[in-house]
Design a protein around this ligand. Structure first.
Ligand code: FAD
Ligand code: NAI
Length: 471
């Protein structure tokens, strides 16, 4: 039986990064992965690379380019007639990017001497070493890192076939643009993928159970996003609904639901995306064989260092508590690999950025204003709009703002919230600032290139002290 210092189960961003970091630190490492492509080949990269972050961003970019040519270029004096798109080419481009990225990980495994064991991983028994089923073979490990990720949550009575009723997997591969698209859940996937298909021509209705929109975001950002998406972009979002039955007749889906006022409503559509959150992959993992504890929702219970209650068994990424984000999983993977190798590992959960890749983008790090109020923390606010920024105007992207929340007494930055073009890139400055315990004055005194979108970050920092220079 092959024996390793570390066996990682799952090769998504949490698992493959853990495997590479452990190998870099001189440990013998194997990673078990069961993912198969639609063609039936084993593939690395997990949800993120195969059916998540990477393919969704490829389609977002393509659909944004189409919309830019159709609508946004006019202001520059550029008009184009007969503009068309070829969905097949768009999807093939997306698949090519996915293929490049996933085969890139196979290359990284080779380079770092990580053994890739293909097939399902199952915990068998424990002792001084752990025994694990890996596809057809059994292997032994001194340490285990479980990184089995998550899958889409489905709704009872609404069977997903990934043809007409889709989760993220089907919604990234429609072979034609649906005329009418229904989306259940106005979370990150609903907004991102709803936007893709709206830009390509679908009429989109998004049905959300909660009465508030984007409750995790800062309220001011959520309000601005609501205005832009529902008025500017005609994304039809209904809040506070209760979904009833979904029926199908001759390829037309009929969604019955109750509106916020309790009235009974119907929306007919050609495709439906179910995006109501994700659940951890812990079934058939053999947790019971070794006494590994799961919480009532199926997540593996871990401490702040991703240790389970069992010796030398760790779990990272979507399968444990915390935001289901690729970079959060990656950082946990690095932390655990370093701890196993005898180093000090750490993740700062207070400085994990969030990005929603709509247009404009939404990004934040740290506390929202409503959280600070609820926690009774005294704070000062600085806010600056992109509309006053020369680069934003040059890019014809003046929507949105940056908002900085700083401690009223110490001026330490507690949260940064942005809605606007390139917010995903701008937020990195705020993350660095928070990691280094910066004050808003620190950002205000740092030289920012002119003209650049990043000047809005500096002006927002100046605004905390009511001394913006350009607004
Ligand atoms: P996963 O990526 O889910 O990987 C787990 C892997 O484990 C899978 O490959 C699975 O096959 C394998 N596995 C499971 N059980 C076993 C077993 N028993 N044996 C062997 N292998 C097993 N996050 C972001 O940060 N940014 C984004 O832009 C973003 N966009 C997203 C878009 C979509 C449409 C979706 C669905 C998600 C998106 N996410 C994004 C979330 C991100 O994909 C996840 O947070 C991330 O993939 C989690 O990484 P992970 O390694 O924990 O799990
Ligand atoms: P989500 O948690 O972001 O949103 C789900 C939404 O569905 C919520 O607003 C919820 O209230 C609503 N909902 C739940 N049950 C419902 C019901 N029965 N009827 C109507 N609405 C209902 O989950 P989503 O969009 O599925 O994405 C899953 C996760 O994947 C995200 O939370 C995020 O962690 C990750 N992700 C991250 C992205 C990014 O970083 N840009 C992009 C896409 C996904």
């Amino acid at each position: 039986m092959k024996s390793f210092d570390v066996v990682v189960i799952g090769a998504g961003p949490a698992g493959y990064i853990a495997a590479i970091r452990a190998a870099q630190l001189g440990l013998s490492v194997a990673c078990i992965e069961k993912w198969k492509t639609p063609k039936g080949d084993f593939a690395l990269g997990g949800t993120c690379l195969n059916v998540g972050c990477i393919p969704s961003k490829a389609l977002l970019e393509s659909s944004e380019n189409y919309e830019r040519v159709l609508h946004n270029f006019k202001a520059h004096g550029i008009t184009a007639s007969g503009v068309k798109f070829d969905l097949k080419t768009m999807l093939e481009r997306k698949d090519r990017i996915v293929g490049k990225m996933t085969s890139g990980i196979a290359g990284l495994f080779k380079k770092n001497k990580v053994t890739w064991l293909q097939g399902h991983g199952k915990l068998l028994s424990g002792g001084t070493t752990w025994k694990i089923q890996a596809g057809e073979e059994q292997v032994e490990a001194k340490n285990i890192i479980i990184a089995t990720g998550s899958k889409a949550r489905h709704l009872p009575g609404i069977p997903v076939d990934n043809k007409l009723i889709c989760d993220n997997e089907g919604a990234l591969a429609f072979e034609s643009v649906p005329q009418r698209l229904g989306v259940i859940g106005a979370g990150v996937i609903g907004l991102e993928l709803g936007s893709v298909w709206r830009r390509l021509g679908s009429t989109v209705r998004v049905l959300e159970a909660l009465p508030t929109f984007l409750g995790a975001a800062d309220e001011a950002v959520a309000q601005e996003a609501w205005k832009i998406f529902t008025k500017g972009q005609a994304l039809d979002i209904e809040l506070g609904v209760k979904i009833g039955a979904v029926s199908e007749m001759r390829k037309v889906l009929s969604i019955q639901y109750n509106g916020q006022d309790g009235s009974s409503k119907t929306f007919d559509c050609d495709r439906l995306i179910i995006s109501v959150g994700r659940v951890p992959n812990t079934e058939d993992l053999g947790a019971e064989n070794i006494g590994l504890k799961l919480d009532p929702k199926g997540f593996i219970e871990v401490d702040k260092n991703c240790r389970t209650a069992l010796p030398r068994v760790y779990a990272v990424g979507d399968v444990v508590r915390g935001p289901m984000l690729a970079h959060k999983g990656e950082d946990e993977g690095v932390m655990v690999a370093e701890i196993i190798a005898g180093h000090h590992g750490h993740v700062n959960y207070d400085a994990i950025p969030w990005v929603i890749y709509t247009a404009p983008e939404i990004a934040w790090v740290g506390k929202t204003e409503q959280q600070l109020k609820a926690e009774g923390i005294a704070y000062r606010t600085g806010r600056f709009p992109f509309a006053y920024n020369g680069r934003a105007l040059g890019r014809e992207e003046p929507e949105g703002f940056v908002k900085i929340l700083a401690d009223a007494r110490t001026d330490r930055i507690l949260g940064v919230h942005a809605i606007g073009s390139l917010a995903s890139e701008l937020i990195a400055e705020a993350v660095v600032a928070m990691e280094f315990g910066a004050s808003s004055e620190d950002i205000a005194r740092i030289c920012h290139a002119h003209p650049s979108m990043s000047e809005v970050m500096r002006e927002a920092a100046l605004a905390v002290d009511k001394r913006s220079l350009n607004g």
